[in-house]
Design a binder for this molecule. Sequence first.
Ligand SMILES: Cc1ncc(COP(=O)(O)O)c(C=O)c1O
Length: 404
Amino acid sequence: MKDPHPHHQLATRAIHAGKVKDQNFATSSPGIQPSVTYLLPPDLGFGQGKDSGDATNETPWIYQRWDSPNAHQLETRVAALEGAEAAVSFGSGMAAATGLMLHKLSAGDHLLIADTCYVGVAEFVRKKLPALGIDVTLVDTSDLNAVVAGMTPRTKLVWIETPTNPTLRLADIAAIAEIAHAGGAMLAVDSTFATPVGTRPLHLGADFVMHSLTKYLCGHGDAMGGIIAGRQADIAALREDSLIHSGAVISPFNAWLISRGIETLPIRMAQHARNALAVATFLEQHPKVTRVIYPGLASFPQRELAQRQMSNMSGMLTFAVSDGPALAHRMAQRFKVFHYAVSLGHSRSLVVYVPTAGIQQGSFQHQGAALAGYRQWAGEGIFRTSIGLEDADDLIADLAQVLD
Ligand SMILES: Cc1ncc(COP(=O)(O)O)c(C=O)c1O
């Protein structure tokens, strides 16, 4: 894929890519433009504005659901970070994921998807797609033979998430891109946990990369969004089919907040990873902790792949103890720094207990070998932990006082 920003490195792109020129003031920082509609030039025909597939920077804005200056800046910035030709933003990560699936898949098509991924995506795929006549196969995407075996002549899309939520299992993007393409399918990667600081899926051969912007890219836990980046023509078709028609558009304010968050993404990710390694090392030595999974630890089961595919190990780790529910209870009552709450990628550290029985019943419904595979990573339950930007010593002290 051609990189439209070949001259700058990541931190510079995060700050400068995509700024839309202010017509009235020579502002240094980007502004917020909330207008829903725009004054049109008299000779503009229908389908010649920002809704058209070949819109450029000079194409006039028309209506906020089609494109807006703040969404445009966000899209250009994320595309620059991913080395993508284009990107399209949505009102949430789920809107982006379901928008891409419904755009690419029709009745009679087949989707090959990781058997463990974000629960919202897993539930949508299991509950909604079969009703639309779309066949779904769930595979352990850390096993390349299983991916090959899961492909059918009708497979249109392969969907992987790496590291996966909640177990942190990795998938080999370059190898799976080859398998998907050999079978005539496209590969989409949910890279929310890795961020473009850690992994660039399009460089490894993927056709689409997806992010829940709500997480690390925003970084502060105060705005929701989602995005898909890829080739110009693919993104233009996706914008028309799944954004303009479904209407799942991001608000200008959220797009502005997330663009602002992205400016510090590279330095935040470096600190998330440093803190996560310190906490993971502490937990690994704690007598009450039975297992720690963090891609930055030497004990990580897919250490070679982590080192090859992730240049930043991110701030997500999981750990287990013998009585998870009791510890979850103590955490919710006694934490002084951590928040016992869902979500991830925020400046604040967040932990939540994910019991295997509960998530199997409600979201994954693995059977047989797949269930055994899930238990290999998660046992009876894991604490999904998003290590924030506080001082590592304070995080360790907070965990120590609930573990003891
Ligand atoms: C890996 C992953 N993908 C997608 C989503 C969905 O994102 P959102 O909550 O922004 O809809 C999440 C949310 O937790 C996630 O963790």
